[in-house]
Design a protein around this ligand. Structure first.
Ligand SMILES: [Fe+2]
Ligand SMILES: [Fe+2]
Length: 344
């Protein structure tokens, strides 16, 4: 059985020079890590592949005979299942190698000769980032659970994620005001899977109910927006990570409508955050096209008609226009990600 208290974070050091390798090992061990070493790139990759779930940080020299550090970085990026934090060992004035390492996929660097204080700070940064990513995995797992309980599939999460990416990327191209960046496009898509995370706080009996909700029940179900918004706001306040704030906006406001008739706050028009306006559209679009316990899948002709009728009512007109420009891509995504099995 794994005992969490006995686990020390593992770092792999790949360095061909023995003195440098041993020195680095000693310094890192003093900081409380378990250190594995490899004396060349090939051995380094082999050691990492054997235990990639435990080795979350790799420090690799760049210039080594045969398999060099750049190949190590490429190989790890190609094989990793969980993000491995890679630090390149560079000589202080070799800017060219440093830039090449970072553009190949290294996350950070440690300059030789190694200064202990610098190493401590850089490793602290590495662990902070890995912790955020672990948070991310945990939160995505909760999102799947919430979706499953709420009668939505993981395919729905994947489709809506891709629709979000298409819409946000198109809006970025359309507008030249720099408000939407590539990072924002990626973050909106990543965070979209959390839209119904608040359903974890709604009783099973309601989520699984097949008939219509009574007005009182509906009020309870609507609370999933506030619950989800709070979960993500709490995480944001603990970590300061901006993408969680985006997740908060999506979870809280994905049922707001353009004309102000949505919930939980009856926000109107541009007062609804952009990510939530996008989410609202793709969620409804995908739900109409999917079979549910209480309804059949609607044909695309019906969905198109509905979307146009709701333009300026439920949906932001800009987003409906954006959908219009990308319709073939939407249909491709829908075909590529069908429901895995007959769910109902
Ligand atoms: Fe929802
Ligand atoms: Fe949904």
């Amino acid at each position: 059985m794994i005992d969490s208290l006995s686990i020390k974070p593992t770092i792999l050091v790949i360095e061909d020079e023995m003195t440098q390798r041993n020195l680095l090992k000693k310094k890192i061990e003093k900081l409380g890590y378990h250190v594995l070493t490899a004396e060349n790139g090939g051995d380094g990759i082999a050691t990492w592949s054997k235990d990639m779930m435990a080795i979350r940080i790799v420090i690799t020299d760049l210039l080594m005979p045969h398999t060099d550090g750049f190949q190590v970085i490429k190989e790890i990026r190609a094989q990793e299942k969980l993000r491995t934090y890679i630090m390149a060992l560079t000589t202080r004035d070799d800017k060219e190698a440093l830039i090449k390492a970072l553009s190949t996929g290294a996350d950070d660097f440690v300059a030789k000769p190694i200064v202990s204080e610098e190493l401590t700070l850089r490793l602290r940064g590495a662990r902070r980032l890995l912790r955020l990513q672990d948070h991310h995995c945990l939160v995505s797992g909760l999102a799947e659970l919430a979706a499953e309980r709420g009668g939505e599939s993981s395919a729905h999460l994947q489709r809506t994620k891709q629709y979000c990416a298409v819409l946000a990327a198109d809006l970025m191209k359309e507008r030249e005001d720099q408000e939407i960046t590539e990072q924002l496009v990626e973050d909106i898509a990543t965070m979209s899977v959390l839209h119904d995370i608040g359903k974890n706080g709604i009783p099973d009996a309601l989520l699984m109910k097949r008939g219509r909700y009574t007005p009182k029940e509906y009020e309870i179900v609507k609370e999933h927006t506030v619950i989800g918004g709070k979960i993500l706001m709490d995480l944001y306040q603990q970590t300061g990570s901006h993408y969680l704030l985006l997740g908060h906006e999506i979870a809280l406001s994905h049922h707001e409508k353009w004309d102000g008739s949505g919930y939980p706050h009856g926000l109107k028009g541009l007062a609804i955050p952009l990510a939530a306006r996008i989410m609202c559209f793709v969620d409804v679009f995908d739900n109409l096209l999917s079979r549910k316990p209480y309804k059949d899948a609607m044909p695309i002709s019906f969905v198109e008609k509905y979307v146009h009728e709701e333009m300026g009512v439920s949906f932001d007109p800009d987003i409906v226009a954006c959908y219009g420009r990308n319709k073939p891509r939407f249909l491709e995504i829908q075909r590529a990600l069908p429901e895995r099995e007959e769910r109902w």
